[in-house]
Write a protein that binds this ligand. Structure first.
Ligand code: NAD
Length: 236
C-alpha cells in the first residue's frame, strides 16, 4: 500500500485515538468481534451496575480473568511507535477506549482512558480511586473502610467520568492531527471524537484492517494492522 509519511514537526498537537483493535494485535481478546468476550459471557451478568450489586465476587472474578489475559500479552510495534512519537514531540495525547493499560506498558504518557482501567479500583464508600497494579488478580476487593472496591471501569449504561471526558474533549478539539487506530466507531460517546476532530480542523487519519463506520469522514484511510502501518506512517 502507498503510504504518505507524516512529518510530526508540521503539527502542533497530536492525538492518537485507540480502540480494541490496537490491543487485539497484542492478543487481548476483543469484546464483540470473532472470538470476542461477549460471545462467551453475558455482559448483563458481568459488566453493569446491576451485575455488580447482585454478585460483586462474580464480577471481580470476571475482571481478574481480564487482568490475567492482559498480562499474558505485550505491547507491539504500534504501541512502541506511539511512545517514540511522544518522545520526539511535545504535545501528544493518547485517548483510548481500552482498559488494559497496554499504552502505559509501552511507556507512553498522557493516556486518557475513556472507559476506565483494569488496574484501578474505586472505593464505593469514599469514592477514592486507587491504583491496583498487582501483577495478577486484584490485590484487594474491599477497602480498609470495609466497603467494596469497585473496578474503575465504565460498564454498560455507566456515565463516563466527567473529568476524563473534559480532558479528551480538550485534546481532540485542540489537535491538528488525529490518528484513529483499531476502533469500529460504534461505541458512543467515543465514536463522536473523529467528527469533533474533523470539525475542529484536524487532519484525520484512520488505520484499520476494515475501514470503520466513520471511514467516510477521514482525510486518509489506510487498511491494515496498527503494528505494520504506524511505523510506515511515521518514519522517526
Ligand atoms: P471494536 O471491538 O468495536 O472494534 C475493533 C476494531 O479494531 C475493528 O474495527 C477491527 O477491524 C479493528 N482491528 C482489528 N485488528 C486490528 C489491528 N491489528 N490494527 C488495527 N485495527 C484492528 O472496538 P472499539 O471500537 O474499541 O469498541 C469496543 C469497546 O470495548 C470499547 O468500549 C472498549 O473499551 C472495549 N474493549 C476494550 C478492550 C481492551 O481494553 N483491550 C478489549 C475489548 C473491548
Amino acid at each position: 500500500m502507498d503510504i504518505k509519511t507524516i512529518d510530526i514537526n508540521k503539527f502542533k498537537r497530536i492525538v492518537f485515538f485507540t480502540g480494541a483493535g490496537m490491543s487485539a494485535e497484542s492478543g487481548v481478546p476483543t469484546y464483540r468481534g470473532e472470538g470476542g468476550v461477549w460471545h462467551e459471557y453475558n455482559w448483563r451478568e458481568y459488566a453493569c451496575q446491576d451485575a455488580w450489586e447482585t454478585d460483586p465476587e462474580k464480577v471481580f472474578d470476571f475482571h481478574d480473568l481480564r487482568r490475567e489475559e492482559a498480562l499474558k500479552c505485550f505491547p507491539h510495534k504500534g504501541h512502541e511507535l506511539i511512545t517514540t512519537v511522544q518522545e520526539a514531540h511535545s504535545d501528544v495525547v493518547i485517548v483510548t477506549q481500552n482498559i488494559d493499560g497496554m499504552h502505559q506498558r509501552a511507556d507512553s504518557k498522557n493516556v486518557v482512558e475513556l472507559h476506565g482501567s483494569l488496574w484501578r479500583v474505586r472505593c464505593q464508600n469514599e469514592g477514592l480511586i486507587k491504583d491496583d497494579l498487582n501483577h495478577g488478580p486484584f490485590e484487594k476487593r474491599k477497602c480498609n473502610c470495609g466497603a467494596w472496591l469497585r473496578p474503575d471501569i465504565i460498564w454498560f449504561s455507566d456515565m463516563l467520568n466527567p473529568d476524563t471526558v473534559q480532558q479528551a474533549d480538550a485534546a481532540v478539539t485542540q489537535c491538528d492531527l488525529f490518528v484513529s487506530i483499531g476502533t469500529s466507531g460504534v461505541v458512543w460517546p467515543a465514536a463522536g471524537y473523529p467528527q469533533l476532530a474533523k470539525s475542529s480542523g484536524a487532519l484525520c487519519v484512520e488505520l484499520n484492517p476494515q475501514p470503520s463506520e466513520l471511514a467516510w469522514l477521514f482525510d486518509m484511510v489506510y487498511k491494515g494492522k496498527a503494528g505494520e502501518l504506524l511505523p510506515q506512517l511515521f518514519k522517526l
